[in-house]
Ligand binder design. Structure first.
Ligand SMILES: Cc1cc2nc3c(=O)[nH]c(=O)nc-3n(C[C@H](O)[C@H](O)[C@H](O)COP(=O)(O)O)c2cc1C
Length: 204
């Protein structure tokens, strides 16, 4: 198979984008992104995932409200050092002005309705299925970036699964694992630094 140097360029130039233009995303692009997601490796070939793509404006606005609440909970209750009040209030204002409001959300669900392994391996099955789903989420982020869109992976909805499920209406028995906010970029963030390789890699 031919090598593809431009793929690495796409991967290395991805950034989390949190502010989007309101331009709608065509359904065809939504499908291309999710097609890329489900090309991810999947443990045991299980494909124990389900996706809810949200284009509808009223639902997107409700999701945005919930995202504001979830991020505030994260800032005040989850962080070991909570965000100081003035910073939290500033962030709240930024979010109310439209940060995280996206023309497309894709919610990623763990779907263990079809089980592959014996009950005593349930924990491992969940772990493998969640790892597979994470690979699919990253594939979708990269695909969105490759298609000229921006996006961010959102974990804070896991703090308020019930409220998000009311909007997203997943099939019974599915468990929310993350949401992608995707759209045409209204910001061009620089790269967020990473720890140097020598700290995180040992070659033996
Ligand atoms: C599992 C996971 C959960 C995340 N949750 C959030 C989130 O709730 N809100 C947010 O703004 N960013 C979230 N992010 C994005 C990270 O903050 C971001 O990837 C990190 O700061 C590195 O920046 P970069 O993606 O631009 O390289 C999440 C990323 C991952 C992998």
């Amino acid at each position: 198979m031919a090598t593809c140097p431009c793929f690495l360029e796409t991967l290395m130039s991805r950034r989390s984008v949190r502010r989007f233009r309101p331009d709608p995303i065509p359904r065809e692009l939504v499908e291309r992104i999710v097609e890329a997601g489900i090309r991810a490796p999947t443990a045991g070939g299980g494909e124990q995932w389900f996706f809810v793509a949200v284009l509808d404006e009223a639902r997107r606005r409700r999701i945005h409200e919930l995202l504001i609440q979830a991020h505030m909970r994260y800032a005040q209750e989850v962080l070991r050092t909570p965000l100081p009040r003035d910073k939290a209030e500033r962030w709240l204002r930024v979010m109310r002005r439209g940060e995280y409001l996206a023309p497309l959300y894709i919610a990623a669900y763990l779907d263990l309705r079809k089980r592959l392994y014996r009950d005593e391996y349930l924990e491992l099955e969940r772990l493998w299925a969640i790892q597979s789903l994470a690979a699919a989420i990253e594939n979708m982020l990269l695909a969105a970036h490759g298609l000229g869109l921006g996006g961010v992976w959102l974990g804070v909805p896991l703090l308020m699964r019930r409220e998000f499920d009311e909007v997203l209406q997943p099939p019974e028995g599915c468990e929310l694992q993350g949401i992608l906010a995707i759209g045409y970029r209204a910001e061009e963030p620089g790269p967020r630094p990473r720890r140097p390789l020598h700290e995180v890699l040992r070659t033996i």
